[in-house]
Design a protein around this ligand. Structure first.
Ligand SMILES: NC(=O)c1ccc[n+]([C@@H]2O[C@H](COP(=O)([O-])OP(=O)(O)OC[C@H]3O[C@@H](n4cnc5c(N)ncnc54)[C@H](OP(=O)(O)O)[C@@H]3O)[C@@H](O)[C@H]2O)c1
Length: 344
């Protein structure tokens, strides 16, 4: 089988896991890599991902990357560059991304329309996934096929996040601020914008019209000064959140993305965590699905975020032009089983 040619866009937390997941992938090969950080330009992508060199050097030359005529870009930068995204799509190259705000109008109707138009011009597709938002929703949609009636769909991510070493991301969410800081509620809500897209995608998939999407969250404060290795928190600072983004239909919450996110467990309130995802459908029948790590204490969040996008590349390349989501794609699955067996 001819492998699909993929350009990896940045090698941060998620991008590194994506590169590792593509090396040895039966359907994909890494042919290029975009570097945002100047010191990564010229370095081998395998080395940047902490594995053996693969003979592909990272570059910041977008034209050179598009000249490789890749089938897909795996776009995993910290922040979107809309000029880059438009240029990639209109050149006919598909995009998978973990930036779920790109699934809909999260960055504004104008941005969504601009990228959709670029897809049309280039005959390309844009697909946003990840784990949450992303694959957790695809899993609950698969479970919903068992139901003759659906009253409410609820997704919960409940994690101690201290294994995801990304201080910039946590600080942007308001971790480390005083719980009374007036900026804190807006910061966590802004960082949950992607879940509003997730609610819209689920509503479309389940054919329900929403009147509004509501956000509520509460803060947990650290009980003591704590050094997590990659960042420090002082006693009393925000160390975690519990909240819900709810899609409302006829005054009733019908689709819910819930979260309990904690840095460690020494905080007040000290909400219990599931260390995974709890997906529930109230209906006929009621259904509960758990996604939990087997054999380890925690999921590696970089892997569970990157792989739902990477494993969707064949379906996204085959999809009709436009912004596509879980309801548009054929079943996305892992493909590493034989590779893993061969490696033993
Ligand atoms: N859907 C989900 O389940 C889920 C879960 C987690 C994260 N995410 C999203 O996935 C994306 C990647 O997350 P991550 O944790 O891997 O990010 P990250 O490690 O913080 O950053 C990824 C890369 O972005 C580049 N970068 C750094 N600062 C930048 C800036 N100001 N503007 C543009 N690019 C910048 C760097 O590229 P170089 O490699 O060149 O240095 C960096 O390595 C984010 O948009 C995040 O919100 C989604």
């Amino acid at each position: 089988m001819k492998k699909l040619r993929v350009v990896q866009w940045t090698t941060g937390k998620t991008g590194t896991a994506a590169v590792r997941g593509m090396v040895g992938h039966p359907a994909l090969e890494v042919v290029g890599c975009y570097a945002y950080s100047p010191d990564k330009v010229g370095r081998d992508v395998g080395t940047l991902a902490g594995i053996e060199p693969i003979g592909v050097a990272a570059t910041d030359d977008v034209g050179a990357l598009l000249a490789l005529e890749p089938d897909c870009v795996a776009y995993m930068a910290y922040r979107p560059d809309f000029d880059h995204l438009e240029r990639i799509l209109e050149s006919g190259v598909n995009i998978v991304t973990t930036m779920y705000m790109l699934a809909g109008p999260g960055y504004g109707e104008d941005v969504r329309d601009r990228l959709a138009a670029a897809c049309e011009r280039g005959g390309s597709s844009l697909y946003a996934s990840g784990v949450y938002p992303g694959h957790a929703a695809m899993t609950v949609l698969a479970a919903s096929a068992m139901c003759s009636r659906i009253d409410r769909v609820s997704l919960l991510e409940s994690l101690d996040m201290s294994g995801y070493e990304n201080e910039k991301m946590f600080r942007a969410m308001s971790i480390g601020l005083d719980p009374d800081d007036p900026a804190a509620p807006g910061m966590i809500e802004a960082n949950c914008g992607s879940f509003k897209e997730q609610i819209r995608v689920l509503a479309r998939a389940l054919a329900v019209d929403l009147d509004e999407i509501r956000f509520t969250a509460e803060f947990g404060a650290a009980n003591a000064d704590t050094d997590f290795g990659f960042m420090k928190l002082e006693k009393g600072q925000i160390a975690g959140f519990k909240g819900v983004i709810a899609g409302i239909h006829a005054g009733r919450s019908v689709i819910e993305c819930r979260f309990v996110w904690k840095l460690g467990h020494d905080m007040t309130p000290n909400w219990p965590v599931e260390e995974g995802y709890l997906l529930e459908i109230e209906g006929v029948p009621g259904v509960r699905v758990r996604l939990q790590p087997l054999g380890t204490a925690r999921f590696d969040g970089a892997v569970t975020t990157a792989m739902p996008a990477i494993n969707a590349i064949p379906q996204v390349v085959a999809a009709p032009p436009g912004i596509v989501n879980h309801a548009d794609l054929p079943f996305v699955k892992g493909t590493h089983l034989l590779t893993r067996v061969d490696e033993r």
